[in-house]
Design a protein around this ligand. Structure first.
Ligand code: CA
Length: 229
């Protein structure tokens, strides 16, 4: 049975969508704001997300951006009253898979959900396991291992590590990491990158050994698959 997360702040519409999905045999959960949606989607396995664009706290598009930054490849259907072409492009660029303008008819919503849920996950570009040296990151299970040992990471730590692991050895500047993990519109400062790098080091490195994450002075950070031990 497919689990679907419905992210919509209009309570009446949210309940209605959840009820219709339930009648179709899906398991539907709801979230009424962006932050709740993001933490739910990062913490639990959903087969599909239906996300409204305009949400309190964190816009739907930002939720999608951050999920993609965290290597979550779950299919996303975006709902929005904004129908202009640039908005659609922005939504798709952020990582939405399909787009349904409001108001919509339920048969069309269900048809789009059926189409999206047929997509094989393997074909989605963000879904594959990342490995560098002994560090392995599995986006589907939202899990990280150091060798045999499971490492528990927060959502931000996970997104930051996933970004670094996508290109081991490449140097990422603080501003690139900030944009990718915290979002271009975020009010976070570059210092937050340094802080989260220190969290990752505490969790991934061995005491007294070289770090997996090397500081490139004045530039940024790079992931070393096999630091000197
Ligand atoms: Ca809304």
């Amino acid at each position: 049975m497919l689990r679907i997360l419905v992210v919509e702040d209009e309570q009446r519409l949210s309940r209605l969508i959840a009820r219709v999905l339930g009648e179709e045999g899906y398991t539907a959960e709801t979230a009424a704001d962006g932050r709740t949606a993001l933490s739910k989607a990062l913490a639990e396995p959903f087969d599909l997300l239906v996300v409204d664009w305009m949400l309190p706290d964190l816009a739907g598009i930002e939720v999608i951006r951050r999920l993609r930054a965290a290597e979550m490849s779950v299919p996303v259907l975006m709902l929005t009253a904004r129908t202009q072409i640039e908005d659609r492009v922005e939504g798709l660029d952020a990582g939405a898979d399909d787009y349904l303008p409001k108001p919509f008819a339920f048969p069309e919503l269900l048809a789009r959900i059926r189409a999206l849920s047929r997509w094989p996950r393997e074909e989605k570009k963000t879904g594959s396991i990342l490995q560098a040296g002994e560090v392995i990151l599995d986006p589907h299970r939202h899990a990280v291992w150091r060798g045999e040992e499971r490492v528990e990471l927060s959502a931000k730590e996970f997104a930051l590590l996933a970004t670094l692991l996508r290109r081991p050895g490449q140097v990422f500047t603080r501003s690139v990491l900030l944009d990718t993990v915290w979002g271009a519109t975020s009010d976070a400062y570059a210092n937050v990158v340094d802080l989260y790098i220190s969290y990752l080091r505490k969790k991934l490195d061995y005491e007294g050994k070289s770090s997996h994450i090397r500081t490139v002075r004045g530039v940024g950070y790079t992931f070393e698959p096999d630091p000197e031990r």
